[in-house]
Ligand binder design. Structure first.
Ligand code: AMP
Length: 174
């Protein structure tokens, strides 16, 4: 087992000054590192496999769909505005850089369904909290949230206190 953090590239001042961007493409392009990442996620939920996986656009789609395939459960995309064609629910949220909103199809999740939310990175938690609200707006039960990376120094977990949060790599500082 290798230390997956060695595959993450920090790019200074992207997309704007002061942001240390965690580039995961350096992990994704490495076959064994990608496989290990999926194995770690799968192992974390092996005793309580979710009934649906929600992936947050766009890097949450990468890990989310692989996990859904592996567990043979459905995958639901939570998307940036204007991408989903049918009836939606939406949530406004704050980013580490800027603000945005997320959308989900109204028929994506059934009442009481156990849902795992997946994204590449937890920063301030605004994005993840919006995804939680979207799932709950449809009556879904958020079983947990899974991230490859957590920027612990931004305290995103504090926005997700009611929920089980799992991350593979944690950064204590920039
Ligand atoms: P937040 O809402 O602040 O938790 O931001 C999380 C979202 O923004 C995730 O979808 C990340 O992909 C992206 N993001 C925020 N900060 C960074 C960063 N430093 N490096 C890479 N992606 C980031």
């Amino acid at each position: 087992m290798s230390d997956l953090s060695t595959y993450i590239r920090t790019v200074p001042d992207f997309p704007k000054e002061g942001i240390g961007f965690k580039d995961i493409t350096t992990l994704l392009k490495n076959g064994p590192a990608l496989k290990q990442t999926i194995e770690v996620f799968a192992d974390q939920y092996k005793d309580a496999v979710p009934e649906k996986v929600v992936g947050i656009e766009s890097r949450g789609f990468i890990f989310g769909t692989v996990l859904a395939y592996r567990w043979e459960v459905g995958f639901v995309p939570v998307r940036k505005p204007g991408k989903l064609p049918a009836a939606i629910n939406y949530e406004e949220y704050q980013l580490e850089y800027g603000s945005d909103r997320l959308e989900i199809h109204k028929d994506a999740i059934s009442e009481g369904e156990r849902v795992l939310i997946v994204d590449d990175l937890l920063a301030t938690g605004g994005t993840a909290a919006a995804a939680v609200n979207l799932v709950e707006s449809l009556g879904g039960h958020v079983q947990g949230l899974a991230f490859l990376i957590e920027l612990g120094f931004l305290n995103g977990r504090e926005k997700l206190l009611q929920h089980d949060v799992f991350s593979i790599i944690n950064y204590d500082s920039e």
